[in-house]
Design a protein around this ligand. Structure first.
Ligand code: 5AD
Ligand code: SF4
Length: 467
C-alpha cells in the first residue's frame, strides 16, 4: 500500500525526471466488461483514453451502463468540492449494486486519491472499493486489478512525487477525427487556490520528437485535428530545453501538415510575442486561445499568486485580439478570500473591456492544503453565488454578441458527430472553436465543410451547408 502525502507532493527539489515506456501486464480477469466515469478537465478525459486502451488491449469490452459492467472505474477531479460530492454519490450507487453483484470490481483513480483525506476515507470507510490509484501510475491499472482480485483485499497505490513521463500508452481515442496529445504534464505555478500542482506533480515536458511522432501517426490514421494538452502549455520546453518553446513546437507540429492544431490551457505569464506570432502566422494553428484571467482586481490577482496584473493581461489580450478571426475565452473565480464588492466590480469591468467570446465561471472552493484555504476573510457562500449570477449575466451577453457577428457569414466547420438538436443535424466546431449545429447527415462526419450561419445563440450557432 502507498498513501499520498501532500507535503511530499509540494516538493520541487529535483531537476530531472524519468521517461519510460508503458509495459503490457496480463490481467487475471478474462472476457470482462468495463465502464469508466470521468470527471474534470481534458487531461482527465485523455487519461481515461489511456486506461481504456490498457483495458481493451487486455480483452476488456466497454459497456454503456455501469450496471452491466464487471469492472467500474471512476476517474476523479479534485479542482472543486462539488466534483468530490458527485464521486462519493456515485460510490453510494456502486455499493448498492455490489450487494447483488458480489464480483463487481470497483476502482477509483485520478486527482482525488492524491488528496490524503480522500484516500484515507476510501481506506477506512469504503472497503468495497477494490483498488485506488492516482495520477502518477495509470500504467498500473491491470496490476492493481490483479492484486485486489487475487488477494480479495483493497489495493491502494497513490504516489505523491515529482513525477515522471510514461510514453507509449495504447490509447483508445474517443473518436477518429480529433485527438488529445499531452505536451506538458503537471504544474509549477502554485496559484494559491489550486490543488493541481499537488495532484499532478511537477511541470514535465514531453520531448518534441515524441510529440511530433504522435501527431504524424495521428495524421496517418486520418485524424484531422490535434489538441496539445497541458495545465500550462505556454511553459512547454522550459524544463528540458535551453531554447525551444511552445512557439517552436507549434511550428514543428504545423509542419506535419495536420489540418487543425489547438492547444489548452495558456497561462498569461508564460505567453511570449513569438507565441502570439506563431498562432497568427501558422495556417493550421487555429485562432482560438483559452486565457484564464481569474480576477480583474490586481489585489486579488496578487493574493492568488497569478504573477500578472489586470493591465498586463489586457495588453496581452489586445495582441491576441489582433489575430484575424480569433476568439478568446477565459476562466474566472468569484469569492476568492478577501474579495470585496469593489474587487468583484473590477472583474465585471474587465469582462466589459475584454468582451470574451466565452467564460467558465466558478465560485471559489477551498482545497485541502492550498494557501488560500486558510486565508482570512473567506467569502460567504451566498455572496459567492450572488456574484456568480451577476457575472454570468454579463459573460453571456458578450458570448451572445460574439456569436451574433457570424449571422449570414460562411465558416469552416470540422464535423465531429451527430447533433443533440435533431436527427437531421450534425455538430462541429469552427476554426475559432464556436459550436455549430449544421443541417446534414452522418456522411459529413469527419469532414471540414463550409457552413452559412442561419441563427446564433449564447453557446452555439445553427447553419446550413454553403452552396
Ligand atoms: N475554486 C474554484 N475554481 C477553481 N479553479 C481552480 N481551482 C479552483 C478553486 N479552488 C478554476 C480556475 C481554473 C479552472 C480550471 O478551475 O479558474 O482556471
Ligand atoms: Fe492551477 Fe494555476 Fe497551475 Fe492552472 S496555472 S493548474 S490554476 S496552479
Amino acid at each position: 500500500m502507498n498513501l499520498p502525502n501532500m507535503i511530499e507532493a509540494k516538493k520541487r527539489n529535483k531537476k530531472e525526471f524519468n521517461v519510460y515506456n508503458y509495459e503490457d501486464v496480463k490481467c487475471v480477469l478474462k472476457n470482462k466488461k468495463y465502464f469508466i466515469r470521468t470527471y474534470g478537465c481534458q487531461m482527465n478525459e485523455h487519461d481515461t483514453e489511456k486506461i481504456k486502451g490498457i483495458l481493451e488491449s487486455n480483452g476488456f469490452v466497454a459497456c454503456e451502463n455501469y450496471v452491466d459492467a464487471d469492472v467500474v472505474i471512476i476517474n476523479t477531479c479534485a479542482i472543486r468540492e462539488n466534483a468530490h460530492n458527485k464521486v462519493f454519490g456515485f460510490l453510494g450507487q456502486l455499493k448498492h449494486l455490489k450487494e447483488t453483484k458480489k464480483d463487481l470490481v470497483i476502482g477509483v483513480c485520478g486527482c482525488m486519491p492524491q488528496e490524503e483525506s480522500v484516500t484515507n476515507e476510501l481506506k477506512d470507510k469504503y472497503k468495497f472499493v477494490n483498488f485506488v490509484f492516482g495520477t502518477h501510475n495509470i500504467e498500473d491499472v491491470i496490476k492493481l486489478i490483479n492484486e485486489s482480485v487475487t488477494s480479495g483485499k483493497q489495493s491502494i497505490e497513490v504516489f505523491s512525487k515529482y513525477g515522471d513521463v510514461c510514453e507509449g500508452f495504447p490509447f483508445k481515442r474517443s473518436n477518429n477525427i480529433t485527438a488529445y496529445v499531452d505536451i506538458i504534464l503537471g504544474c509549477d505555478k502554485f496559484c494559491t487556490y489550486c490543488i493541481v500542482p499537488y495532484t499532478r506533480g511537477a511541470q514535465r515536458s514531453r520531448s518534441k520528437e515524441s510529440i511530433v511522432e504522435e501527431v504524424v501517426n495521428l495524421k496517418k490514421q486520418g485524424f484531422k485535428e490535434v489538441t496539445l494538452l497541458g495545465q500550462n502549455v505556454n511553459a512547454y520546453g522550459k524544463d528540458i530545453y535551453e531554447n525551444y518553446t511552445l512557439a517552436n513546437l507549434l511550428k514543428d507540429v504545423s509542419d506535419t501538415g495536420i489540418e487543425r492544431i489547438r492547444f489548452v490551457t495558456s497561462h498569461p505569464w508564460d505567453f511570449t510575442d513569438e507565441m502570439v506570432c506563431a498562432i497568427r502566422d501558422l495556417p493550421n494553428v487555429m485562432p482560438y486561445v483559452h486565457l484564464p484571467v481569474q480576477s480583474g482586481s490586481n489585489r486579488i490577482l496578487k493574493l492568488m499568486g497569478r504573477r500578472y496584473t489586470k493591465e498586463s493581461y489586457i495588453s496581452l489580450y489586445n495582441k491576441l485580439r489582433s489575430i484575424e478571426g480569433v476568439s478568446i475565452t477565459t476562466d474566472i473565480i468569484v469569492g476568492f478570500p478577501g474579495e470585496t464588492e469593489e474587487d468583484f466590480n473590477e472583474t465585471l469591468d474587465l469582462v466589459n473591456t475584454c468582451k470574451f467570446d466565452g467564460a467558465f465561471t466558478f465560485a471559489y472552493s477551498p482545497r485541502e492544503n492550498t494557501p488560500a484555504s486558510i486565508m482570512k476573510d473567506q467569502v460567504d457562500e451566498d455572496v459567492k453565488f450572488e456574484r456568480l449570477n451577476r457575472l454570468n449575466e454579463v459573460v453571456n451577453k458578450y458570448s451572445n454578441m460574439g456569436n451574433s457577428k457570424y449571422l449570414d457569414k460562411i465558416v469552416n466547420v470540422l464535423v465531429l458527430g451527430k447533433s443533440e438538436k435533431g436527427e437531421d443535424k450534425v455538430m462541429g466546431y469552427t476554426e475559432n472553436m464556436k459550436l455549430v449545429n449544421v443541417v446534414g447527415g452522418n456522411e459529413l462526419i469527419g469532414q471540414i465543410v463550409k457552413v452559412r450561419i442561419t441563427d446564433t445563440k449564447s453557446f452555439s450557432m445553427d447553419g446550413v451547408l454553403a452552396q
